[in-house]
Design a protein around this ligand. Structure first.
Ligand code: HEC
Ligand code: HEC
Length: 303
């Protein structure tokens, strides 16, 4: 009797607690929704911009702008006419707009110092400036063009495309970039970078231009469709569905994955342990009570 009122009190306390808890939770939900919205908007705007950039034809103003930028930022290593400077930088005549877009777009160029391998870093130039330099370089000698969005954007809903891309990736790329594009070390302090962050366009351009000691996968060696399939495979492997070992937890890294294991899995184990504990005592108590009631004997007496 006193028990019931006790439980009533407890549950009213729980109710007030859960009512209070609603506020911070609601704030989190709103925050997540807002972040999602920003992400989606950014993605749409970004791809729209990329489309506009690759379809624009070079104008005389763009060429002049590209030449000016090139002469101030790149000619010290590549020469005033992009003819190359012995010991500083290779000739860029004939490397094509795609090479410039890749090298400057991934922040490799302008190189800061000469090491075993020029590192990727946040890009220094806007896409407009990169387009101008790319147009200028390609005006000096024909080379692979920056691909249009429909050339490098894969159809992710096509499972055949993803599967074919996986086969192609394993036979052409994984010896350097590792099985799921996780990257790997090469000789002489060089390395094949991980491909988890690289945009579709830059992956396509890397294949077209073969930076450093990566081979060139020109269209006669590997068709545009096959390149797109490889991109489909890489994009797919970034999503949960592409993780062969089960959930990849978003591939955001060991810290967050460790945290997941600590909080969720350990928490679950504790809950299971408590559940087992509570249930076995309860169950055995009930059994003992039943035994004593029906037989009239003391259950602790083993005779
Ligand atoms: C400090 C010297 C240096 C500067 C400055 C520099 N580069 Fe380079 N660049 C290099 C070197 C060295 C390589 C060879 C890259 C490698 O082997 O990793 C290279 C490679 C390249 C390539 C690839 C060529 C190919 O065969 O695919 C392009 C394109 C390029 N640079 C463009 C530029 C542009 C555009 C700028 C100016 C925004 C620039 N570079 C500034 C040193 C430089
Ligand atoms: C012989 C080894 C080798 C092979 C094979 C190879 N790559 Fe590479 N790849 C490299 C190296 C080295 C770099 C770094 C170049 C640099 O930093 O200038 C690179 C860079 C890249 C990048 C740029 C990554 C970034 O974020 O900047 C992409 C994308 C890429 N490779 C894709 C591929 C694909 C796709 C294939 C297969 C079709 C492939 N690679 C095959 C060695 C290789």
């Amino acid at each position: 009797m006193t028990r019931t009122s006790g439980i009533g009190k407890e549950s009213s306390v729980v109710n007030t607690l859960s009512a209070r808890r609603r506020h911070p939770l609601a704030a989190f939900v709103v925050l997540f929704l807002a972040l999602g919205l920003i992400g989606a908007t950014y993605a749409t705007l970004g791809s729209a911009k990329a489309k506009a950039a690759s379809s624009a034809a070079a104008t005389p103003e763009q060429l002049a702008e590209g030449q000016k930028l090139f002469q101030s930022a790149c000619s010290s290593c590549h020469g005033l006419q992009a003819q190359g400077v012995q010991g500083s930088g290779p000739s860029l005549i004939g490397v094509g707009a795609a090479a410039v877009d890749f090298q400057v777009g991934t922040g490799r160029m302008p190189a800061m110092q000469i090491g075993p391998q020029v590192q990727a870093k946040p890009p220094v130039y806007t896409q407009e400036q990169i387009d101008a330099m790319a147009a200028y370089i390609s005006s000096l000698g024909a080379g692979p063009d920056v691909p249009a969005a429909d050339v490098y954007t894969p159809d992710l809903s096509d499972q055949g495309s993803v599967a074919n891309g996986g086969v192609l990736f394993r036979s052409n790329c994984s010896q350097c970039h590792n099985i799921v594009g996780a990257g790997g070390a090469l000789t002489d302090g060089k390395f094949a970078p991980p491909l988890r962050q690289t945009s579709e366009k830059h992956i396509y351009e890397a294949m077209l231009t073969g930076p450093q000691n990566m081979p060139i996968f020109g269209n006669s060696v590997m068709s545009p469709q096959n390149k797109r399939d490889i991109i489909a495979y890489l994009m797919h492997s970034r999503t949960e569905a592409g993780s062969p070992g089960g959930l990849d937890l978003g591939s955001i890294g060991p810290v967050s994955e460790g945290l997941f294991v600590w909080t969720i899995v350990l928490g679950l184990l504790i809950v299971i342990a408590c559940w087992i504990g509570a249930h076995t005592t309860k169950a055995s108590r009930a059994r003992v009570a039943h035994f004593e009631a029906t037989t009239g004997k003391d259950a602790t007496n083993n005779e």
